[in-house]
Design a protein around this ligand. Structure first.
Ligand SMILES: Cc1cc2nc3c(=O)[nH]c(=O)nc-3n(C[C@H](O)[C@H](O)[C@H](O)COP(=O)(O)OP(=O)(O)OC[C@H]3O[C@@H](n4cnc5c(N)ncnc54)[C@H](O)[C@@H]3O)c2cc1C
Ligand code: FES
Length: 267
């Protein structure tokens, strides 16, 4: 999708009111919202795309990944870090949330025969659930590698296990392999745990994690795509506040991303 304006988004029906149908707290400091449109159906959404969610009080919308789309509902997995996310966390079933969606390009679908490792850290696991579901639907061989500080901070593990094979790392070793995702044998190449060498890595998480994942992939000659979470304001290519330095110059993460080839990014 090229540069969009809010007016264009409105005409195409991308601005919609969503009614919260379910609310959960998958871990301390995180909220899971499931929502359906008040009118009509959800627009078609691709994994890796995001929504700009309106908050009460704050002037700017907040970008939140599409965590899943299932049975006509969109899911958002949100970490409470400030005013906007605190407001999302206070929403209850029946409340209405205004969204501009879907925005951004999303993860490219890999070619047939690919073996894909989806690597997520913290709330960066959010867009990977939907990507995993789409890969499964297309019969692509894939696995998740999910990292968190400790067992309690692992998000939506049951949902990920429902979709595919899951490898876990925790920094304190309370679940899975102790350490960071890059220290897991499947990523470092020391123990590929019956999965084999990935042909493609798709990742989302904190910048230092994605940088390390990209370096690890590069050192093994594996193609890597990452989903950036630069701070955003307009979300539609108008304010340039989300620009990222790349080998081809500055790019808007909201319209030209958030998914980029790792080799193009200058961290
Ligand atoms: C494409 C995209 C997808 C995202 N998907 C999700 C998601 O699925 N779930 C989720 O919880 N968050 C996601 N984020 C991050 C989310 O947008 C921010 O956490 C949110 O905007 C914070 O708003 P706030 O008002 O709660 O906090 P603010 O008061 O705006 O900020 C609170 C603190 O969080 C930091 N912060 C704010 N935005 C970011 C950011 N983008 N990256 C790192 N630190 C930030 C601030 O520097 C500050 O320290 C995504 C961001 C992008 C760009
Ligand atoms: S957030 Fe305004 S241009 Fe990307």
């Amino acid at each position: 999708m090229g540069q969009q304006t809010l007016g264009q988004a409105r005409r195409k029906g991308w601005i919609l009111d969503l009614r919260i149908t379910e609310r959960g707290e998958p871990a301390r400091g995180f909220v899971l919202l499931k929502a359906e449109p008040l009118e009509g159906r959800l627009p078609e959404c691709r994994p890796g795309q995001f929504a700009q969610l309106q908050t009460r009080g704050a002037f700017l919308r907040r970008p939140i990944s599409i965590h899943n789309v299932e049975a006509g509902r969109v899911w958002f997995l949100i970490q409470v870090v400030g005013e906007g996310s605190r407001w999302f966390a206070m929403l209850k079933e029946g409340d209405v949330l205004n969204a501009v969606m879907p925005l951004g390009n999303g993860f490219p679908m890999p070619v047939a025969g690919a073996r894909v490792l989806l690597v997520g850290g913290g709330v960066g696991v959010a867009p990977l659930l939907y990507q995993g579901r789409m890969l499964k639907q297309r019969g692509v061989d894939f696995a998740f590698l999910l990292g968190a500080r400790n067992r309690d901070a692992l998000l939506q593990l049951d949902e990920f296990r429902r979709v595919g094979r899951v490898f876990v790392t925790t920094e304190d070793g309370s679940e899975g392999t102790r350490g960071f995702v890059t220290q897991h044998g499947i990523l470092s190449g020391t123990d590929e745990a019956d999965f084999g060498t990935p042909t493609l890595i798709q990742t989302c998480g904190p910048t230092p994690m994605m940088r390390a994942v990209a370096q690890s992939a590069q050192s093994r000659g594996i193609r890597c795509q990452l989903s950036l979470e630069n701070r955003m304001a307009c979300g539609v290519g108008a304010c340039l506040c989300c620009v990222q330095q790349t080998k081809e110059g500055h790019k808007c993460v909201c319209t030209e991303g958030p998914v980029f080839e790792a080799q193009d990014i200058i961290f």
